[in-house]
Design a protein around this ligand. Structure first.
Ligand SMILES: *[C@@H]1O[C@H](CO)[C@@H](O)[C@H](O)[C@H]1NC(C)=O
Ligand SMILES: *[C@@H]1O[C@H](CO)[C@@H](O)[C@H](O)[C@H]1NC(C)=O
Ligand SMILES: *[C@@H]1O[C@H](CO)[C@@H](O)[C@H](O)[C@H]1NC(C)=O
Ligand SMILES: *[C@@H]1O[C@H](CO)[C@@H](O)[C@H](O)[C@H]1NC(C)=O
Ligand SMILES: *[C@@H]1O[C@H](CO)[C@@H](O)[C@H](O)[C@H]1NC(C)=O
Length: 199
């Protein structure tokens, strides 16, 4: 089944990466945290460690250039507690010209059969059906969703958009390939910024 093989793929990539950095230490709420997205499609294209950005209430990554169709687009930082899975991860705009009218929290839709874009919402009234704003945590250095204490899931995926270099960030709870968007591929999310290569 796709769900299982996708999970296996994420676990394999986790295993290959987890020795690179130590586990997060116990600590309290942190603010100003940037999150970076890693992974490539079969052609080697991907977000390349691009940060998660906010575009009209949804999560995107890859380039930080605001797409032409955006109403509100901004770089963001997260406020999160790595030791609590019951605290929402809220965001702040990095751009002083952008104001969120209320506190925006990260959400995913983890319902089996769903392949839904990750987003931000200020109230339960505006959340998509079955979306959750808690359960986020780290598994090693990767952002995970703790469905329960013994089930940490790494199911973030990237979906190409109509803007060059920009990927929509999805949560994959797909039950079959029919649930997936064409061209999508699994990614991992870390607090580690990409290494800048100089020649
Ligand atoms: C994010 O920050 C970069 C670097 O400052 C900037 O070039 C880019 O325009 C910003 N993106 C958005 C959506 O504001
Ligand atoms: C802030 O947002 C404005 C309006 O979208 C944009 O023109 C500007 O480049 C952004 N600045 C940064 C540093 O991202
Ligand atoms: C906040 O509200 C103002 C006025 O309604 C609106 O122009 C602005 O786009 C809103 N900000 C966001 C991030 O949606
Ligand atoms: C590009 O994608 C965005 C987000 O889905 C959509 O709002 C916009 O209408 C699309 N533009 C074109 C030209 O397809
Ligand atoms: C995905 O691509 C295949 C082959 O091009 C096509 O048959 C299928 O309809 C596409 N699915 C979606 C959801 O666009």
């Amino acid at each position: 089944m796709l769900f299982n093989s996708a999970r296996a793929a994420s676990w394999l990539s986790l295993c290959s990466l987890s020795s690179a950095a130590s586990l997060p230490h116990k600590r309290a709420t942190e603010s100003g945290v940037s999150l970076f997205v890693y992974g490539t499609d079969s052609s080697g294209n991907g977000p390349n460690g691009g940060p998660i950005i906010y575009v009209d209430g949804l999560a995107y990554t890859g380039t930080t250039v605001a797409p032409s169709w955006a109403t509100v687009a901004t770089n963001i930082t997260f406020t999160l507690d790595p030791d609590s899975t019951t605290t929402a991860w809220t965001i702040s705009p990095s751009n002083s010209t952008v104001t969120f009218n209320s506190t925006e929290s990260l959400y995913i839709v983890p319902t089996t059969g769903s392949f839904t874009q990750v987003g931000f919402s200020s109230s339960s009234a505006t959340l998509p059906t079955d979306a959750v704003t808690t359960g986020f945590s780290f598994f090693g250095t990767n952002v995970a969703y703790a469905a329960d204490e013994s089930d940490y899931e790494l199911m973030f995926w990237a979906v190409p958009t109509n803007s060059s270099g920009l990927y929509a960030l999805y949560w994959d709870a797909a039950a079959s390939t029919a649930d997936l968007v064409n061209g999508s591929f699994p990614v991992t999310i870390k607090t580690t910024a990409p290494t800048v290569l100089t020649s």
